[in-house]
Write a protein that binds this ligand. Structure first.
Ligand code: AMP
Length: 282
């Protein structure tokens, strides 16, 4: 596909472009990202195209969702390459603002949910989900798309976005898309680029540990023992610190003591300096 992709920088221009499509009777979709796009992101665009007539993507490395000692400065950035991939994938518009377009001087609003951000990645990364909720609320309120597509890769983020979109009556349907994995099972992530060749080999222990744990849970093994075994497998493969391996209700994120319909097994752990996350349905 060699159509052009329109690139806009300001929220006002995004709003105007989306409004023009709506006025033309088109069903619109938004795919928010931080760029450094891979096949997982492009699967979100494909899902968006199935659900809408026109798709806009955003690329914004959101400083508010990075902690002071996290990787904001070194997060991979490649707008030209990303724009080409999005165009190929059939995306009609890219919203790629500067930090000052999203957070102009005097910006003072934060969107903070109760409960959902306090556990799992939120416990390990204080303030992270306030930053996510704030920027996603702004994106959804500006774009007013009919549908927005997020990856199940970031399961807690998806739960939070569903909640805030419903709570704030944003009028956009939130759709979750399945995790896209590499051949060996590692979930695709922009942060995989940080891994050394050796770490990349070791990283497969994460999906393997989760897969084995899910199978053991389905076989009726004790939840605490299964989670302990998974932590041990990660440590043995060189992961550490391990932020969590947890079995939770997929919607409320409350820890559960036995697999129930909608249960989700999630893990987050460092391999060297790189923090990897993954999750599976149980
Ligand atoms: P990010 O650019 O990492 O902020 O991710 C942007 C969107 O892409 C989020 O909704 C992620 O959940 C989603 N995403 C990232 N990696 C994957 C993957 N491997 N499979 C599916 N969705 C993904």
């Amino acid at each position: 596909m060699s159509q052009v992709i329109q690139i806009v920088r300001t929220p006002a221009d995004l709003r105007a472009a989306m409004a023009a499509w709506r006025k033309a009777g088109l069903r619109t979709a938004l795919v928010p990202t931080m760029g450094a796009l891979h096949a997982g992101h492009l699967a979100l665009v494909a899902e968006a195209r199935r659900r809408a007539d026109v798709v806009a993507a955003s690329i914004f490395v959101n400083p508010k969702q990075f902690g002071p000692n996290e990787d904001f400065a070194r997060y991979p950035r490649d707008e030209a390459g990303d724009a080409a991939k999005l165009r190929e994938a059939g995306c009609a518009l890219l919203f790629a603002p500067e930090v000052g377009d999203v957070y102009p001087p005097g910006f003072a609003t934060s969107v903070k949910l109760a409960g959902l951000p306090d556990v799992l990645c939120g416990a390990a990364r204080p303030g992270h989900f306030d930053g996510v909720a704030t920027v996603v609320t702004k994106l959804l309120a500006t774009a007013r798309a009919d549908v927005a597509v997020f990856g199940e890769k970031d399961w807690q983020q998806l739960a939070i976005v569903r909640r805030l979109a419903a709570d704030l009556d944003l009028g956009t349907d939130i759709v979750g898309a399945p995790i896209v994995r590499d051949g060996d099972g590692l979930a695709l992530s922009s942060r995989n680029a940080y891994l050394s060749a050796e770490e990349r080999v070791a990283a497969v222990a994460l999906p393997r540990a989760l897969g084995e744990a899910a199978a053991a849970l389905q076989a009726g093994d004790d939840v605490a023992a299964v989670l302990d075994t998974a932590r041990g497998r990660l440590a043995a493969a060189g992961f550490g610190p391990i932020d969590y391996v947890a079995l939770v209700d997929g919607a409320t994120l409350v820890a559960i003591g036995a697999p129930t319909p909608g249960a989700r097994l999630l893990a987050a752990a460092f391999l060297g300096r790189t923090r990897l996350i993954d999750n599976l349905a149980v």
